[in-house]
Design a protein around this ligand. Structure first.
Ligand code: G6P
Length: 435
């Protein structure tokens, strides 16, 4: 049997112990031979700290998996069966700018969508395409499992510009499932959500408990204040009239759209009064996390990691890889080409939907048509994503301006123009394509 080698690009991330924990739990079903954690020169210190913790976790679990720490991306990718990307171009400082600059311009500052997400996308696109080149030359049959945000845009760019086998993955769908199970007080494996939309922009069209449609009950629970959120999003309650009229379950990130004014007010106040954005908070949490990771007696995933937004990240990732590796043909929510899943959306664009996953990869499950209440929104955000892909590949400012002008979180052309100039200027060292 071939060696099962996994390359993790951005291996020095504070989330890595989460991933290692997932591989440990799954070892009976999938014996990973080697996990290569890769990072860039600047990330070497973090890579060492988190990598040594990963080694201790593996040895504590008495497994044979070899952990390799390296800054040589090509060596890590060579002959890997799976390449996982969880990188952050420019680190948390760049994220802080992505959140601050829009807020200073009076618009939502979020790292994965709107103007901030756009900046993250154009910084990341050249790097992801470069990684794809390495995959093609060093391990052409490898699966690229991408978590790097904006995950939908990354899956789109890889599909459009390469023939690497890619699956975009996010923890929002699995978190929704867990939150709903909690609200109904049932085991999570009894819940099935028919999801449709885009990454960080997905709705649960119907929710089933043991095969019975319980969408109305879930909506009622949400109206009564059942939590359906993640740590990184302001915890504003849904207006029951919104949920009842929608008749579907929005994802936590929809707060930025349906409650744009309220969130913006909160963001502006917390920035003005305390200089706070989520990136500033995350920097603090990271400091604490890396201090904990340094402790040589620590050999399991520390609970402080739960303060981050990445809940269930390892479950989603490892079970997806397991399904491909062991040809399980079970269902996952993934970012892949639509190919008929949402019947009234273009077949050739990436959407976030359920798919049956086995060794041939994901096969999308048809979820029917998107109702009018969300169809136009999906299309406008998808158009923004497609324009962002083009801008990010070609370095075309005009296309970039169109992308930002149509985004629902950016209210006017003049704001789009101003924020674009500031973002490109601030990020110029990461934007070779815009030179
Ligand atoms: C959620 C999102 C992820 C995102 C994370 C940020 O989990 O689904 O895509 O990366 O939040 O969390 P953080 O703790 O970095 O703010």
């Amino acid at each position: 049997m071939d060696l099962l080698k996994i390359a993790v690009i951005g291996g020095g991330s504070s989330y890595t112990p989460e991933l290692i924990d997932g591989f440990i739990k799954c070892y009976n079903e999938m014996k990973v031979d080697e996990i290569w954690l890769v990072d860039i020169e600047e990330g070497k210190e973090k890579l060492e700290i988190v990598g040594n913790l990963a080694k201790r976790m593996i040895s504590n679990a008495k497994l044979k998996t070899k952990i390799v720490l390296t800054t040589d991306r090509k060596e890590a990718i060579r002959d890997a069966s799976f390449v996982l990307t969880q990188l952050r171009v420019g680190g948390l400082d760049a994220r802080a700018n992505d959140e601050r600059i829009p807020i200073e311009n009076g618009i939502i500052g979020q790292e994965t969508t709107g103007a901030g997400g756009f900046a993250k996308a154009i910084r990341t696109i050249p790097v992801i395409l470069d990684i794809c080149k390495d995959i093609k030359s060093l391990s052409k049959d490898a699966w690229l499992i991408n978590f790097t945000n904006p995950a939908g845009i990354m899956a789109e760019v890889v599909n459009k510009y390469t023939d690497v086998k890619v699956i975009g993955l996010c923890n929002v769908p699995i978190t929704m499932k867990h939150n709903i199970a909690k609200a109904l007080d049932v085991a999570v494996n009894r819940i099935y959500i028919e999801l449709m939309g885009l990454n960080h922009f997905v709705w649960g069209k119907r929710v089933f408990l043991d095969g019975k449609d319980v969408t109305d009950i879930v909506i009622k629970k949400l109206c009564d204040g059942a939590g359906l959120n993640m740590n990184n999003i302001p915890d504003l309650d849904w207006d029951p009239r919104l949920l009842e009229s929608l008749g579907m379950v929005p994802c936590p990130y929809h707060r930025y759209y349906y409650m744009q004014e309220e969130i913006l007010k909160e963001e502006i106040e917390s920035f003005r009064n305390k200089g706070l954005t989520r990136a500033v908070e995350v920097k603090e949490i990271e400091k604490e996390l890396f201090d904990i990771y340094k402790d040589e007696n620590l050999n399991t995933k520390p609970e402080q990691l739960e303060k981050r937004g990445g809940a269930y990240y390892s479950d989603a990732a490892v079970s997806l890889i397991n399904s491909i590796y062991n040809d399980k043909k079970d269902i996952h929510t993934v970012n892949i080409l639509n190919n008929g899943a949402i019947t009234n959306i273009d077949n050739n664009v990436v959407v976030e939907v359920n798919a049956v996953v086995g060794k041939n990869g994901p096969m999308p499950i048809c979820v029917g048509a998107a109702p009018n209440s969300i169809k136009g929104l999906i299309e406008v955000v998808k158009s923004y994503e497609l324009l962002t892909v083009r801008a990010g590949v070609d370095g075309d400012r005009k296309v970039a301006l169109q992308a930002l002008s149509i985004h629902p979180l950016i209210p006017s052309f003049s704001k789009a123009d101003k924020v674009l100039n500031e973002l490109i200027d601030t990020n110029k060292q990461y934007l070779p394509q815009f030179k």
